[in-house]
Design a protein around this ligand. Structure first.
Ligand SMILES: NC(=O)c1ccc[n+]([C@@H]2O[C@H](COP(=O)([O-])OP(=O)(O)OC[C@H]3O[C@@H](n4cnc5c(N)ncnc54)[C@H](O)[C@@H]3O)[C@@H](O)[C@H]2O)c1
Length: 267
């Protein structure tokens, strides 16, 4: 029911913590994996790991470059013949778009804010348009985006990231409706909303050098009923479900994978 065997799956940001984990888990499920990233060395390392389990390819491409994405799409079509799934795991933050406790909104770096909004919104929109076009021609496909806990309730400091993910979540639902109304029931667009997972971007915010929790890390664990951070592999089940044909009537949803964070009032 949840089979991904032989599905052609593109993963952006696949050299990152969360994108890398899902690439490996889908490779083990015998999907054909295409990883996109910016760093040749990391792409080669990931490709070697994936090829132990399945057919895989890697392309160095900036997801903000539509022309470059279109060139990659043509190569993928030539090699694999179709595109079944797109997982948009690119996303991130910048120091100037974060407001530390000793500063305020009035110190915001506008260029950093713009860059974070672009990366998280257009970094999802552009691959969705470029690879989604192929899905439209096929009449079938699934897209899954990465939202955040910062969308529904305010998380202090991360002003740019929160605005960007909120817009991206709206776009996820918008595209889901657009695809279904204009092209039928074959193309689905959904998102997952991870709770808190230790990655490159947030490690220093959540953990001290000795591995103990920072004050912010403590606040998060206090507000997570399961009392721990997530492990990257724990996103795989939700992603396998949303990408498989078992989710054939599921579109426009945002599935939290968060140890109960979004359900909890903190009281
Ligand atoms: N880690 C968490 O706790 C968490 C929580 C909620 C949501 N998310 C979201 O999940 C997604 C993955 O997060 P992660 O922790 O794996 O991040 P990460 O920084 O480990 O990985 C992101 C990857 O995207 C790549 N990338 C960035 N800009 C790019 C560009 N322009 N073109 C191509 N590649 C580019 C980076 O090189 C990196 O490999 C992101 O969208 C993030 O916002 C993460």
């Amino acid at each position: 029911m949840f089979s991904l065997k032989d599905k052609v799956i593109i993963i952006t940001g696949a050299t990152g913590a969360l994108g890398g984990a899902v690439a490996l888990s889908m490779a083990k499920a015998e999907a054909k994996i295409i990883i996109l990233g910016r760093n040749d060395e990391l792409l080669t390392q990931s490709l070697t790991a994936l090829r132990k389990y399945t057919e895989a390819e890697a392309f160095r491409v900036d997801v903000m470059n539509r022309i470059a994405l279109e060139e990659v799409r043509e190569k993928i079509k030539k090699h694999f013949g179709r595109i079944d799934v797109l997982i948009n795991a690119v996303g991130g933050n910048l120091p100037g778009a974060v407001i530390p406790d000793d500063r305020s909104l009035f110190d915001l770096s506008e260029p950093d804010f713009d860059e974070v909004v672009d990366l998280n919104l257009k970094g999802t929109l552009l691959p969705s348009i470029v690879f989604g076009k192929e899905m439209q021609l096929q009449g079938k496909g699934a897209i899954v985006n990465y939202s955040s806990m910062a969308v529904d309730r305010i998380i202090t400091r991360v002003v740019g990231y929160s605005a960007a993910k909120a817009a991206m979540e709206n776009f996820t639902k918008w595209m889901a409706v657009e695809m279904a109304l204009k092209f039928g029931d074959g193309i689905r667009v959904n998102a997952i909303a991870p709770g808190f997972f230790i990655g490159k971007q947030n490690r220093d915010l959540l953990l001290n050098k000795d591995g103990s929790l920072t004050e912010r890390g403590e606040k998060i664990i206090r507000n997570t009923p399961m009392k721990r951070f997530g492990e990257a592999e724990e996103l795989s089940g939700a992603l396998h479900f949303l990408c498989s044909d078992s989710a054939s009537f599921v579109t426009g949803i945002v599935l939290p994978v968060d140890g109960g964070f979004s359900a909890y009032s903190g009281v």
